[in-house]
Design a protein around this ligand. Structure first.
Ligand code: SF4
Length: 351
């Protein structure tokens, strides 16, 4: 049976859509900066953001932020039980802790407060939190050691009668991360899981690593909430997260833009067409498919599943809607014709 947890009104697991998370990259002391980042993340589609709470004196800032944003926040605590208690008092309805690093008596205080307030606890391990003992027990297998670290934390909560939790294991190695999460999913079937690579890095490498790891897990049904961890702005983490979910056909978010790679038959500059079209797609309903193809001969056939099609010709483009030709226009007229074409298509799927 798939379990779910609830952070405010956000449901994670239990068959809910896979959630897209990020993490605030502004310190809590910068209240306005944090609030603005929350708003920007919300606009990008972010559904949950973690915020580090490294010191007790920042709990007032956290409390202010909880009051000034509608984006659900998870306080990132790690091992200090006093901070976990402060985060919950500040209004956070989710905390991330490492129960294995907390004295048992204090952990019980955290669990009792979380139970009372309905707070979700995310536990988990990453490469850095694996102990020498766990590595030894796993005979040097880092994925197995990660699983053992998560199991130790999960058992601490479960033995205290606490089940309102999300499990996670992260590594910067794709195979290690995937195997560790498979072991967790097998040992704790049904519990919501947060999946992602840690420290995936910048640029294409970070995106590819995150995509490879997260997709390998999601395609096996493992993962209820994801974070693409990039050395980049958090909004990019969210947009890449949605691109992964769109590619796996798990969620529709924004427009599904299909464009051909071009080949020797190309009759138009597809990159130029895509650049022209991309800013015009915002008003279209979620999940609308738009194909931009390099030739009018094969392009429409290749994009026959798209609701809107633009196929390049030597002088401009042919526009299609639901497979039917709308008209043929020279390139110079496209900046005027395309906004009208997309505005009319804005009603797609609303009938
Ligand atoms: S749509 Fe035309 S140009 Fe693009 S890849 Fe297909 S055949 Fe080549």
């Amino acid at each position: 049976m798939k379990r779910s947890v609830k952070i405010g009104s956000l449901i994670i697991g239990g068959g809910a859509p896979v959630r897209v998370e990020s993490m605030l990259k502004v310190p809590l002391t910068d209240r306005e900066g944090c609030r603005e980042q929350c708003e920007s993340l919300l606009a990008a589609g972010c559904e949950l953001a973690r915020s580090a709470l490294p010191r007790a004196e920042l709990s007032g800032d956290l409390s202010w932020l909880v009051e000034h944003t509608s984006l659900p926040l998870m306080a990132d605590i790690h091992f200090d039980p006093a901070l976990a208690l402060l985060a919950m008092e500040a209004g956070c309805r989710a905390i991330r802790i490492n129960p294995g690093n907390m004295p048992l008596g204090r952990l019980n205080d955290v669990i009792a407060t979380a139970k009372k307030l309905g707070v979700v606890i995310r536990i988990g391990a990453n490469g850095g939190s694996v102990s020498g003992k766990q590595m030894e027990e796993a005979k040097g297998d880092r994925a197995a050691a990660l699983f053992l670290a998560v199991r130790e934390q999960a058992e601490l909560l479960l033995n205290s009668g606490f089940e309102n939790m999300i499990l996670s294991a992260k590594s910067s190695s794709v195979p290690e991360c995937v195997r560790a999460n498979i072991l967790i999913a097998q040992a704790y079937p049904g519990f919501p899981m947060h999946v992602g690579l840690t420290e995936a890095g910048p640029g294409d490498g970070g995106v590819v690593k995150s995509t490879a790891g997260i997709s390998a897990l999601l395609s096996q049904g493992i993962g209820d909430t994801i974070r693409v961890s990039l050395t980049d702005v958090p909004e990019r983490e969210v947009s890449v997260g949605y691109e992964i979910l769109k590619a796996l056909e798990l969620r529709s978010h924004g427009v599904n833009l299909i464009s051909c790679p071009t080949c020797g038959r190309r009759r138009a500059d597809v990159m130029r067409l895509v650049e022209l079209v991309r800013p015009m797609l915002d008003g279209l309903p979620d999940g609308t498919s738009v194909a931009v193809m390099g030739c009018e001969v094969n392009g429409p056939k290749e994009a026959r599943h798209a609701q809107l099609g633009i196929a390049g010709t030597p002088v401009g483009a042919v526009l299609f809607r639901e497979g039917e030709v709308v008209g043929e226009y020279p390139f110079d007229e496209l900046p005027e014709v395309l906004p009208r074409f997309f505005a009319e298509a804005g009603s797609l799927g609303k009938d």
